[in-house]
Design a protein around this ligand. Structure first.
Ligand code: NAP
Length: 317
């Protein structure tokens, strides 16, 4: 039985749930730190996962939580700035505090989640710029054995990409104006991302490295949305917007609840989210195609079931 104890920050979200399940299967004991234990209670059902509410931005509280941990995984991140915090706090100040807390608590191993293209010389968006600054801090830290991951957009049953387009298509009347239709992505399966993190814990050669993670095939956003429309049964006439109208749509949609699309998101799409090479061989993973997974949660029946669960949850809240 593996008795190693791993502390995960940002482990209550989409990737965290899959990663925790995989680590538990491998026999690791997991401590997930969250700012809101009530909202993260889904994790409690996983045996071997200890959920702790903590102010991860408080250096002393964080160092105390990292005592006796074998490794730390940082998954914390946001796609849009909101009242509770911005990119600088989540992607730069938090990693800086995690590094310091690891050093105080004597934890050497740190796996850090960044994003594809965050290591560009001049990232076009604040999301990518702040992710880049955070990962540089991690890779430069003294006394740490760090590994950085840079995935393209991640897909899986609870993702915020395919599911979001399915929701938007469901409510669109006849036509669907699509911003950044030519932007390109190589969506990577959440199970493969979780497996790469899990294997990295045992592969010493990953120390000091950064890995791009992409799925096997690139798609334009237009192709992805068309695919989602066909799968979910919400066929719409998709109108590809040019740069000016895409920016205008972002300007409007960033004022909608949940900010479905922002000017910073628009700027992120100015560089293609494609990897320079194939899935890193060191992990021994054959990346899973979109077509093998997405129909399992976006077929018409699956999607209607998903929507009714969302409505039920909204009524409960
Ligand atoms: N999903 C994708 O397509 C994708 C693609 C590339 C990179 N990534 C990166 O992968 C990571 C995980 O993504 P995800 O999809 O699982 O995101 P998610 O579901 O939104 O979960 C993000 C987690 O980050 C924590 N968090 C957010 N803001 C924070 C802050 N200011 N301080 C401390 N913790 C904060 C939250 O923890 P609590 O609220 O419980 O404290 C939450 O559990 C993120 O870093 C994201 O940028 C994701």
């Amino acid at each position: 039985m593996n008795k190693q104890q791993i502390c995960i920050i940002g482990g209550s979200g989409f990737v965290g749930l899959h990663l925790c399940a995989r680590l538990v299967k491998q026999g690791y004991r997991i401590r997930v730190l969250t700012r809101n234990a009530e909202a993260a209670k889904d994790l409690r059902v996983l045996p071997g996962v200890e959920l702790r509410q903590a102010d991860v931005h408080d250096p002393a509280a964080l160092a105390a939580q990292l005592q006796n941990q074998t490794a730390v995984i940082n998954l914390a991140g946001i796609l849009n700035e909101h009242r509770q915090g911005g990119f600088q706090a989540a992607h730069v100040e938090l990693p800086r505090r995690i590094i310091a807390a690891c050093q105080t608590a004597g934890v050497r191993r740190l796996l850090h989640m960044s994003a594809l293209k965050a290591d560009m010389a001049e990232p076009p968006s604040e999301y990518l710029r702040s992710k880049g600054e955070g990962e540089r801090l991690v890779l430069a830290a003294d006394d740490l054995d760090a590994t950085v991951f840079r995935p393209s957009v991640i897909f899986g049953p609870e993702d915020q990409f395919f599911n979001r387009f399915a929701r938007l298509l469901a409510t669109a009347p006849g036509v669907f104006p699509l911003a950044c239709a030519e932007a390109r992505f190589a969506p990577v399966y959440v199970g493969d991302v979780a497996e790469a993190f899990t294997r990295a814990l045992r592969i010493k050669e990953t120390i000091g490295q950064g890995y791009e993670l992409c799925g096997p095939k690139p798609y334009s956003l237009h192709e992805i949305v068309d695919y989602v429309a066909r799968l979910s049964g919400h066929r719409r006439y998709i109108i590809a917007l040019g740069p000016r109208l895409s920016r205008l749509q972002a300007r409007i949609m960033e004022f909608l609840p949940g900010k479905p699309f922002t000017r910073d998101n628009y700027r992120s799409t100015l560089c293609d989210s494609l990897c320079k090479s194939r899935f890193p061989e060191i992990f021994g993973i054959t990346p899973t195609p979109v077509e093998a997974i997405v129909p399992g949660y976006l077929g018409p029946r699956e999607h209607n079931h998903y929507l009714s669960r969302l409505r039920q949850r909204a009524r409960r809240d």
